[in-house]
Structure formats: structure tokens, C-alpha cells
Write a protein that binds this ligand. Structure first.
Ligand SMILES: N[C@@H](CCC(=O)N[C@@H](CS)C(=O)NCC(=O)O)C(=O)O
Length: 214
């Protein structure tokens, strides 16, 4: 059986879980924290999670894993069939990661681990997020899904990007990221009707609770 290494609080890990659940594919979760330990680096060269383990070996980088899942497993398609539609989904995935997830991640140390954040970082991340949301607004259709009438990998990546970024944006800037993404609130409601999203969020909350209890 294929294995997914990671932990349920990781948004990237949850993107992979969501894709596998949507495909209806059985997998085993191997509870793993990011690590620079030599053994883990032989599976995940940057020591990050998620890491997918299949018969042929290990795979890292979430977008690569998602593409592999699509190429390998049956189940309903999560990319459009036509080349342009597929490229538009990939464009959204990349924009979500580069221009929203990664800048928001610069705030995670302050938000989740109580590290200090300088006024300069706040200002520079704020600028990047403003540019990123403006770019995403040009790409998102919300009709009703991120890239059209069917759910795709763009929804998967965006959901686990914005929901975590929102926590950071609220805490650092005292505003909602969703105010800068018209249509996002209705789309979030739609996504959260999905039973796989609900299950992943329950797993995340249980793991968070355990972490708080030490
Ligand atoms: N580019 C990686 C990013 C994954 C990532 O940043 N995962 C976090 C957990 S959510 C991690 O492992 N962080 C540890 C680190 O950055 O060393 C991907 O697409 O999978």
C-alpha cells in the first residue's frame, strides 16, 4: 500500500491526503515531522513533508506528488482534459504557492511559534501578499470552483493555502485575507461541504489538540 509521510497539521500534507481521498485510493499515513536527520533526508532531500512512498521509491514536492497521483490512480479526474484548461489549473496552483503560501509562511514563525516579527518583515510580507492576492484575483473564476465548474488541484492547493494564510493574516494584520479575494467566502463554504475536507480538518484539529497537551 502507498504511504504518505507527514503530519496532519501540515497544509502541504493535507493537500496530498485530500487528493488521495478524492481518488478513493487507500493509503497509509506515516506520522513524520520534518527533519534533517540523514535517514529522512534519503527519502525527502530537503527534509520536508509530505513525502510519498510507492513501490518504485519516494517522491517529494507537493505539486509533483499531485501530478503523480493524477497520472497513476484512477478515480475522478482532478485536471481538465484539454491542454489549455490543464495549464490554467497548473498556473493557479503555482500562483497560490509562490505568491500566497510562501509569503504567508514567512509569518508562521511569529504566529505559530511566538517568534518576533520585525516591522520591516511585516511590511514586506504585506506587500507580497497584496500583489499575490491581486494576481490570484485575475486567475480565479469561482464558478463555483477555483478554475471552473469542476473541482481541480487548483482548489486543493488553494484551500490549504488560504485557510492557513488567513490565520497568519488575521493575527499579524488584523484583517481577513478573504476580504481581498472576492468570492472566496462562498467557495470556502462549498469546499467545506466536502466530506474529505471535513475529515482532514477533524484530523488536523485532533492533532493540534494533542500538540497543545504536549
Ligand atoms: N515545497 C514543499 C514545501 C513543503 C513544506 O514546506 N512542508 C513543511 C510542513 S507544512 C515542512 O516540511 N517544513 C519544514 C522545513 O521547511 O524544513 C512542497 O511542495 O511539498
Amino acid at each position: 500500500m502507498i504511504k504518505v509521510h507527514g503530519f496532519p497539521v501540515s497544509n502541504y500534507y493535507n493537500m496530498v491526503k485530500f487528493a488521495l481521498l478524492e481518488k478513493g485510493f487507500e493509503y497509509e499515513e506515516v506520522l513524520t515531522r520534518p527533519s534533517q536527520d540523514g535517514e529522512f533526508l534519503s527519502k525527502s532531500p530537503m527534509g520536508k513533508v509530505p513525502c510519498l512512498e510507492v513501490r518504485e521509491g519516494f517522491l517529494t514536492e507537493t505539486n509533483v506528488i499531485l501530478e503523480f497521483i493524477e497520472d497513476t490512480f484512477w478515480g475522478h479526474a482532478l485536471f481538465p482534459e484539454d491542454a489549455f484548461g490543464k495549464a490554467k489549473v497548473r498556473e493557479l496552483m503555482k500562483a497560490s504557492e509562490l505568491y500566497l503560501e510562501l509569503p504567508a509562511r514567512e509569518l508562521f514563525g511569529a504566529v505559530f511559534f511566538g517568534r518576533p516579527v520585525s516591522d520591516d518583515s511585516k511590511a514586506s510580507v504585506g506587500e507580497k501578499l497584496d500583489k499575490g492576492t491581486a494576481a490570484l484575483n485575475k486567475l480565479l473564476t469561482f464558478t463555483p470552483y477555483a478554475a471552473g465548474s469542476a473541482m481541480t488541484y487548483a482548489d486543493i492547493m488553494l484551500y490549504y493555502t488560504v485557510t492557513l494564510a488567513e490565520v497568519a493574516v488575521q493575527q499579524v494584520y488584523g484583517k481577513s485575507l478573504y476580504d481581498d479575494l472576492p468570492g472566496a467566502t462562498e467557495w470556502l463554504e462549498l469546499m467545506e461541504k466536502n466530506s474529505n475536507v471535513q475529515q482532514i480538518n477533524r484530523d488536523r484539529d485532533t492533532a493540534l489538540e494533542k500538540m497543545k497537551q504536549g
